[in-house]
Ligand binder design. Structure first.
Ligand code: THU
Length: 139
């Protein structure tokens, strides 16, 4: 099928596995994310909540941070696992963070804890006009 994306099995498996480590005692909404970098390496993140709610960090951003800390320069794809129906899509902040490290073609795959893939979409479709710093930076 033209345009179909095959989600690497190990990316999906990694996102499902790390979801079990989510620290979500307040929302009880557990999220696992796994990204694949330009070298084919997989990095994972889960959501980490805090008693001071606003300090919560999403799974997607934690996965990107882990990738960057491991020396990754770009992200090719992300798999996000939640038990939401319809599947939860990355929040606006996470979309902008993904855009920093992913080309327009970065694919976002939403999957269930069972491993069922529910949707795959391009980041460019989720965030059509990402913020980019003007040439020469802010003035
Ligand atoms: N959450 C994520 O991890 N990713 C998202 O894209 C949206 C929301 C987390 C944050 C919080 O721990 C819980 O889900 C409920 O908002």
């Amino acid at each position: 099928m033209k345009g179909a994306t095959v989600v690497p099995v190990r990316l999906l498996a990694a996102a499902r596995k790390v979801r079990r480590h989510a620290h979500a005692p307040y929302s009880k909404f557990f999220v696992g994310a796994a990204v694949v970098d330009e070298r084919g390496r997989v990095h994972v993140g889960c959501n980490v909540e805090n008693a001071s709610y606003g300090l919560t960090v999403c799974a997607e951003r934690n996965a990107v941070a882990a990738a960057v800390a491991a020396g990754a320069r770009s992200v090719k794809a992300i798999v996000v696992v939640t038990n939401a129906a319809p599947p939860a899509s990355p929040c606006g902040a996470c979309r902008q963070v993904l855009a920093e490290f992913g080309a327009d073609a970065l694919t976002v795959t939403l999957a269930a804890p069972t491993g069922k893939v529910l949707r795959t979409v391009r980041l460019a479709d989720l965030l059509p006009e990402r913020f980019v710093l003007a040439e020469g930076g802010a003035r």
